[in-house]
Ligand binder design. Sequence first.
Ligand SMILES: Cc1cc2nc3c(=O)[nH]c(=O)nc-3n(C[C@H](O)[C@H](O)[C@H](O)COP(=O)(O)O)c2cc1C
Length: 437
Amino acid sequence: MADLRNNFVGIKSPNPFWLASAPPTDKAYNVERAFKAGWGGVVWKTLGEEGPPVVNVNGPRYGAIWGADRRLLGLNNIELITDRDLYTNLREMKQVKKNWPDRALIASIMVPCEEQAWKAILPLVEETEADGIELNFGCPHGMSERGMGSAVGQVPEYIEMVVRWCKQYTRMPVITKLTPNITDIRKPARAAKAGGTDAVSLINTINSIVSVDLDNFAPNPTVGGKGSHGGYCGPAVKPIALNMVAEIARDAETYGLPISGIGGITTWRDAAEFLALGAGNVQVCTAAMTYGFKIVEEMITGLSDWMDEKGHRTLDDVIARAVPNVSDWQYLNLNYIAKAKIDQDACIKCGRCHIACEDTSHQAITNMVDGVRRFEVMEEECVGCNLCVNVCPVENCITMEELPAGSLDKRTGKIVDPNYANWTTHPNNPMARQAAE
Ligand SMILES: Cc1cc2nc3c(=O)[nH]c(=O)nc-3n(C[C@H](O)[C@H](O)[C@H](O)COP(=O)(O)O)c2cc1C
């Protein structure tokens, strides 16, 4: 059996699945149930400074995007940090940690960007015996207008400064949670590293307006006739999160910095992809809010079964394995050639591949052959773009087939270079030529 035990910056948990800081981790009742269901750890809903808690809207907090089957693809929220009293949270955290010593319990914190505010809260959190802290530099709404959350996360100098204070005033490991609402994610990650962070976690939610109510002409969710931009998450954001994780994992300046991967993780496969791109563990929010805590069971058994099947014994056999294969465009092998192929037995003759190719691409798919409705790829026109594969409603009906070395590419009339696999040193590779000069 694969060993799923996780050690993230010295914080141990029985598996790499943590719940991200959000409503599922807002109180002891939820967290206890999550641990019973099997979650390896939680990042408690973000704590604020001492004093009256923040006040949330009392109307709708969420907007959503659905697929045609009403499956939730993206969730948008205008919620703030915890609206419960700081000391109630701290008391509950301490009790939960005592009850579940083998699970990871991380305190998420967001206080004003002032040394005194951080210095004051850290000993209170330490008192709970939490395993670490996560600095919430991510929330794009509500708190950022008050100079916190993404207002800090968008300024690398502030990140570095706050991380430094935290490293100075606490012995707990520091995880810096990054906002995706920035052009180049490597810059805040580098700043966090310069400040001495033990790890980064990403992504927090993406700034967004999810839809507009066309009867009232106001963004959704609409609160008394008005709406506000909110934070977007769920399956729709996974590609953005994966790229940002990979950017940090392969950046020379942050290479080796532990990453907790977050964003749209719903299945074991999503989690495995984050691990492969360099995440040391993962955090989940929307999937738990959509399907309940028990989805972790599928994540655990799915990941474990896949690791067994592939012969990966521990998470270290998977973590960062895909990072060396993430390349900048200019290093892609231009001598590699693939063509679409349609499985005639699987084809339902809907014609979507033909329309897409005919109207918008390379006119490489027939709709009639010898007077009969039939969809075939004309190899002499196909550039291997893959659009037909993506618009085809039947999975695996259209596949991309690599042309073997030495065969004829009917489109260009050239023989596929027998040496094309050696692209790094190939004379057709402009980067190789540049390096040789
Ligand atoms: C309703 C809601 C509230 C959230 N509150 C917090 C929060 O208090 N602190 C925080 O760091 N992130 C918060 N998040 C962001 C999540 O922790 C997570 O980064 C984000 O939702 C992406 O993960 P997902 O796609 O699995 O949901 C919240 C997300 C949602 C949906």
